[in-house]
Write a protein that binds this ligand. Sequence first.
Ligand code: KG4
Ligand code: ZN
Length: 352
Amino acid sequence: MKNEPVVMGIETSCDETGVGIVRGHELLADAVASSVDEHARFGGVVPEVASRAHLEAMVPTVQRALDDAGLTLDDLDGIAVTAGPGLAGALMVGVGAAKAYSLATGVPLYGVNHLSAHIAVDTLENGPIPEPAIGLLVSGGHSSIMMVEDLAGKVTQLGASIDDAAGEAFDKVARLLGLPFPGGPYIDKAAKEGDRAFVRFPRGLTAAKDMERHRYDFSFSGLKTAVARWIEAQRAEGNNVPVNDVAAAFQEAVCDVLTQKAILAAKEHGVGTILLGGGVAANSRLRTLAVERAEDAGITLRYPRPKLCTDNGAMVAALGSHLVTAGIAPSVIDFPANSSMDVEIVSLANRL
Ligand code: KG4
Ligand code: ZN
């Protein structure tokens, strides 16, 4: 519709410089410049390298997004930027750029939470989110079950990983298997050729006593250690490690627990919708298993296309557009980049 807000979103929390533009729930542009190749040989993201790459990519990526959308800065009704959580130096580049664009154009600025943006991106594909909804947010830095009562302001965490994030576990196990960084997509691919029942790796925090204390929490570090031990034992006996089978069995353990607990949270809170978000939501087995289990439980499951699951600017724009439409006040211009931003703060507008 014509009168829906046109919002540009800027994302620089990790290694992707993302600039997206939306009109309401419609995606107009999604420009992403990734520095992932520069980090691959280190086996993880190097913060200083990421910050430098954001600096170099920022202006050209904004220009590319505007060109793709056929718009100029004057057409924008709002600018949203990831204020946190993420890498401090990387966030600062995006926040600094967004402030400069906002000051230069007079367009209102929204400092938003990266994690809420991972949830909001679903609106671009599947329309408004029924509230309340349960968000299963699984990325390289976080694994949380969120209760989304109001995407414009009331998002609460029901549970989270007490150690490694799901994406981190994928990346670490990929490394053990000799697969490249970031490991998630490589494990996903290898697992397609493997047997997921090959070994039964442990399902963290699912034993009866853990379910009392950590009902909606996750733990993946024990799983990672179990995979490491299993691989070591095979190598000690001179056996080849069947990469595809180990990838499939590991992936099954992660997806089993994630889907079980998200569905339990939805059932126990009487919520009829689950949204998947974050880089790990791109995982093909997670999507299939979640669909199957949600269907059995009579719950609607939604997820965006894989490219919108991993970090991008469109997700930030989608959340910004939602905030503008909901009448949320813009952020005061002097807000800081906050590397450890509380997962329950949707936008800085709420707290100022
Ligand atoms: O959301 P994201 O792009 O960045 C963060 O906010 O952390 O998530 C990145 C994580 C990485 O750990 C990556 O390995 C994982 O998402 N990932 C996947 C897949 N695609 C990306 N994990 C499993 N299967 C995938 N297909
Ligand atoms: Zn992310």
